[in-house]
Design a protein around this ligand. Structure first.
Ligand code: MN
Length: 433
């Protein structure tokens, strides 16, 4: 999958793209945006600009499969584009890489289709039919399990089943949209009966999101060796969680209102092609773990089915903001801490015949690393609220407070390749109504 579009020496005539932390010419993620005063449309992030895809198509700059992809992507959602799969997507990438390169013979026509990103509004890139959240971050599962069952943190199914639950699609919002603190039912440990009110244990969850591409028909499972062909791209996902509501409601059927009030995603779809340089072998299972059942085993997935992506959580509080201090880094983790690969998640999800559709979203589950500096939730970082995080402003946090802003970032970095990022996934907490 590696070709000239990944060449680290490749530069764009969009000067801000060269060396850009997120969007150099080697990335080329797709999204949906509105220019000031304009209608939503699809675009490509390049440096601090956005290339207007329908305008580029109208200028006659695409042919063949790239044109087919640009046509499918020219509405106000990218579902049709996601349905096309890898071939047209790769042709579009190759053509965009030519059009935006330094020395592009079409530079004048392409420049006329660029918008200043800071003046645009980003939207959800697709109509999300269904959202499923997994639990494949093994350090998170272990840390959280320990708080409830110190001697037996992982339940016996964990190493056989990529655990997941069906989430809520209607409340997913793009980066930048504030999150309202939920009200709900919770039972304090020392209380005899539950009470209803604003959550007191509001948390974030650092996750990768996976956009489904072509998908499968009802009743038709997806084989593990075909699963990667159904990945349309990736984003960051903050699965906001009200821990007090969750602890009371989750047995026996799992999370419900503690998660469904809002989930925030980064707005750009980072393609599997852009992430090709950052593929790594699936980490070795610890000694003594069972092998996956055969429907979840594939040699090429084992060799290159995992991702090496730095994942970061930052917190900006009212106190830090007032003193002009930078956001506090709560965690630096990595996508390599997934016990199951994305292909295994997809194959397992479809193994009973459940149909995945273009624009469906999967969450990986919280991706924590092995220590306290790499926790993907504050529940883990503060050991259930016992050890507060202390900030440079003098503030302390056991859980999130109103006015706090949580920022997730992801970055691929590998010797010999241009680093790329996902753009931010950020949102501020509003007081409960
Ligand atoms: Mn989650």
């Amino acid at each position: 999958m590696l070709d000239h579009t990944h060449d680290p020496k490749r530069q764009s005539f969009v000067i801000s793209a060269n060396g850009h932390a997120d969007f150099p010419i080697q990335n080329l993620p797709l999204g949906v945006f509105s220019p000031r005063g304009g209608e939503p449309r699809s675009g490509i992030a390049i440096g601090d600009k956005i290339l207007d895809l329908p305008a580029t198509l109208a200028a006659g700059l695409f042919e063949g499969k790239a044109r087919e992809a640009a046509q499918a992507a020219s509405g106000a959602t990218l579902n049709e584009f996601l349905a096309l799969g890898a071939g047209p997507r790769q042709a579009l990438r190759a053509r965009l890489s030519e059009l935006l390169a330094q020395g592009s013979p079409e530079q004048d026509k392409v420049e006329a289709c660029l918008h200043i990103a800071a003046e645009c509004t980003l939207h959800l890139p697709a109509r999300i039919g269904d959202y499923t959240d997994f639990y494949v971050g093994i350090h998170h599962a272990t840390n959280v399990g320990k708080q409830f069952r110190p001697d037996n943190p992982l339940l016996p199914n964990y190493k056989y089943v990529p655990i997941g639950y069906h989430g809520r699609a209607s409340s997913i919002r793009p980066s930048g949209v504030p999150v309202r603190r939920p009200r709900g039912q919770a039972k304090p440990v020392d209380a005899a009966v539950p009470e209803f009110g604003p959550s007191r244990r509001l948390d974030y969850e650092l996750e990768l999101g996976v956009w489904i591409g072509p998908g499968n028909g009802l009743g038709e499972p997806i084989r593990i060796d075909e699963a990667s062909g159904h990945v349309g791209g990736y984003c960051l996902l903050n699965d906001w969680s009200a821990r007090d509501i969750q602890a009371w409601e989750y047995q026996p059927l799992g999370p419900f209102l503690s998660k469904s009030f809002t989930s925030t995603i980064s707005a750009w779809i980072v393609t599997p092609e852009a992430l090709a340089p950052f593929r790594i072998p699936q980490p070795q299972r610890p000694e003594g773990d069972p092998a996956p059942l055969s429907y979840l085993m594939d040699e090429s997935d084992r060799k290159e089915g995992a991702l090496d992506l730095e994942l970061e959580v930052l917190l900006l509080t009212p106190g830090l903001r007032a003193k002009g201090l930078p956001p506090h880094r709560l965690a630096l983790s990595n996508a390599r801490h997934m016990y199951w690969t994305v292909a295994q998640m997809i194959t397992h999800h479809a193994s009973n015949g459940c149909n995945l559709q273009p624009g469906d979203l999967l969450g990986t589950g919280t991706i924590s690393g092995p220590d306290l500096t790499s926790c993907g939730s504050i529940l883990e970082a503060t050991l259930g609220g016992k050890n507060p995080v202390v900030l440079a402003s003098g503030e302390e946090r056991r859980f999130l407070e109103d006015g706090d802003e949580v920022i997730l970032r992801a970055r691929g970095r590998r010797e010999g390749y241009a680093p790329i990022g996902f753009g931010e996934c950020r949102a501020t907490i509003l007081p409960a109504l």
